[in-house]
Design a protein around this ligand. Structure first.
Ligand SMILES: Cc1cc2nc3c(=O)[nH]c(=O)nc-3n(C[C@H](O)[C@H](O)[C@H](O)COP(=O)(O)O)c2cc1C
Length: 548
């Protein structure tokens, strides 16, 4: 294979720590949920002493961000039409919008004495391990420096102020994402690292859609390794994190209001003499457990500072998106369904439209990085008009189809359903009522069976990791991106989705006849007609502040 992406994998391999591949494979195997036992996690949970869901930097100067999401009228369909959204200038207000519509709060919820916030980005268990940092240069009203986003208050916390103004005066915005493993491990134990990575994928998607609503582009910056990222964003400043849970650097995004003209060094170093401020708050004063394997897999999957290049991707005809709903409204109303109406039947056109949105095209969210699509949904179709219930597959790149055919059960039919658009690589594997199985498979959750469909995402696993173990993270990011696309597309169709991190890994593999590790399922999802729980009260996200 001669993708540039694959060509550089050798460099990444050379940089991986010895034993990294083995560590990742052991971690993955050990954190599988099995029918007879779940992956290791806490035996008891003290709900009254949950970790603080918000990281703050005490002593850091705060810059309130304007709230303007209500006034943004960009239709959802325009996000996918090149040139349809005039780019906003980079400013305090537009950056506020970017964050409000990606990682900002979308509502407060209350049930009895409990009160919790929801955000535009979903998160396994609503635990939100993802943190975001901005690097701003030459942006009006914002001093050059590094900022942490505190979603609870929709403010920037000034972490590092640059000593000198760099010579370039073109505005520049970069966003770094990190994970606080403990916030997730507190509840989920060893499997938590996977969930943190899936959440990063969702956050990536959330940022890409929000940027598109402002007419911006955002792209994953390759060539910046984990340690450079930690240094550039102050995550390795021991003195600022002493006594607090550490943050694991994940990736860097460059956000531009114009074309992709190079903006200089991908990770321009922090100027000498810059002043850092703020101390990270401690989220959990009394951690009850330790899960050292999470530190091990984190170390084994740190990204090397090599350039991953761009991959050639299959070409599909342009997508037709006709939702006139404002993107901001869909983004903020996105929720995970807790239950589905079992009578709901999805129209075939919507079904094919939903799957079409998952094909990699040079449009949001897939243009975040032109990477080889390595995740391929296997669908349990429960209720789609004109389509027999059964097991289906959507290989997201043509070159993997034969490999999948050879790896999956030999009795599968691989027939294209009548009425399926020509360009959509959807195949029926077997006609069967999968509902009882889909419920069992998803840790006995009814949402696996009650939606119109459920799906598992098969990753090209072993070969990808053998070339570069750090891509264990990247595979999960791609899965999270797929999940984010499903959430928003479902919302645009009047449906609702729910990410499913809890599933019995090998039960799914056995169902498909898979043995070995060539393909592994990394994330599941379900879509359907939601039932609302009227006992839960909803209030607005930033009620105290009002619109600016
Ligand atoms: C990676 C991931 C895994 C999830 N797994 C499950 C799951 O197994 N079961 C479930 O009911 N919800 C699951 N969810 C949904 C979360 O519980 C939900 O996102 C969170 O409570 C926040 O609510 P919201 O999505 O409505 O904002 C998952 C979400 C994500 C992002």
């Amino acid at each position: 294979m001669d993708h540039p992406d694959e060509r550089t994998a050798g460099a990444a391999k050379a940089a991986a720590a010895p034993g990294a591949l083995e560590t990742v494979l052991i971690y993955h195997e050990r954190t599988k949920h099995r029918l007879e036992r779940y992956a290791a996690g806490p035996e008891t949970l003290d709900w009254s002493s949950q970790p603080d869901p918000f990281r703050r930097f005490e002593g850091a100067r705060r810059i309130p961000l304007p709230l303007a999401g209500d006034r943004l009228t960009t239709p959802y369909s325009a996000l996918f039409t090149p040139g349809a959204v005039p780019p906003r200038a980079l400013s305090l207000e537009s950056i506020g919008l970017l964050l409000e519509l990606s990682l900002g709060l979308s509502a407060w919820k209350a049930y009895g004495p409990d009160r919790w916030a929801l955000r535009c980005n979903p998160s396994s268990g609503n635990l939100h391990p993802t943190e975001a940092y901005l690097l701003c240069r030459a942006i009006p009203e914002i001093a050059d420096g590094v900022y942490h986003y505190l979603s609870r208050d929709h403010v920037l916390e000034e972490r590092g102020r640059f000593a000198e103004r760099p010579s370039a005066t073109a505005p520049r915005l970069q966003v770094a994402l990190s994970s606080i493993h403990w916030r997730e491990a507190w509840k989920y134990g060893e499997r938590a690292f996977r969930y943190c990575q899936l959440d990063i994928g969702h956050a990536l998607g959330a940022l890409r859609y929000a940027a598109a609503a402002l007419g911006w582009r955002s792209r994953w910056v390759s060539g910046v390794g984990s340690s450079e990222l930690a240094a550039g964003f102050g995550l390795d400043r021991i003195e600022d994190f002493s006594g607090a849970e550490p943050e694991e650097p994940e990736l860097l995004l460059e956000i531009t209001a114009d074309s992709w003209a190079p903006k200089g060094d991908p990770a321009a170093p922090v100027p000498a003499g810059s002043a850092w401020s703020g101390r990270a708050n401690r989220l959990d004063p009394h951690p009850m457990y330790r899960w050292p394997i999470i530190d091990e897999v984190a170390e084994a999957t740190r990204m090397p500072a090599s350039d991953f290049g761009l991959a050639a991707i299959d070409r599909y005809p342009p997508r037709v998106v006709d939702s006139a709903e404002p993107a901001a409204a869909l983004i903020r109303q996105r929720r995970s369904a807790q239950g589905f109406d079992r009578r709901g039947m999805l129209g075939a056109a919507d079904f094919y439209g939903l799957l079409d949105a998952l094909l990699p095209r040079p449009e949001p969210p897939w243009d975040i990085g032109r990477l080889i699509p390595r995740l391929h949904p296997v669908l349990f179709v429960h209720r789609v008009a004109g389509l027999s219930p059964g097991l289906y597959i959507l290989p997201r790149r043509a070159a993997i189809q034969d490999g999948l055919k050879a790896a999956l059960r030999s009795g599968f039919s691989w027939t294209k359903p009548a009425g399926c658009p020509d360009h959509l690589p959807l195949f029926r594997l077997a006609e069967v009522d999968c509902r009882p199985l889909a419920r069992t498979l998803h840790c006995h959750q009814a949402i696996g069976a009650d939606g119109v469909l459920a799906l598992g995402m098969l990753a090209e696993f072993e070969a990808t990791l053998a070339a570069a173990p750090w891509r264990y993270r990247q595979l999960h990011w791609e899965a999270g991106l797929l999940g984010q696309a499903l959430y928003l597309e479902a919302e645009a169709m009047g449906l609702r989705g729910t990410g499913i991190g809890c599933y019995f890994d090998d039960l799914f593999h056995e169902l498909l006849g898979l043995s070995g590790r060539a393909f592994q399922s990394l994330y599941h999802f379900t879509v359907g007609f939601p039932l609302d729980d009227s006992r839960i009260l909803t209030s607005p996200p930033y009620a105290g502040r009002g619109p600016d």
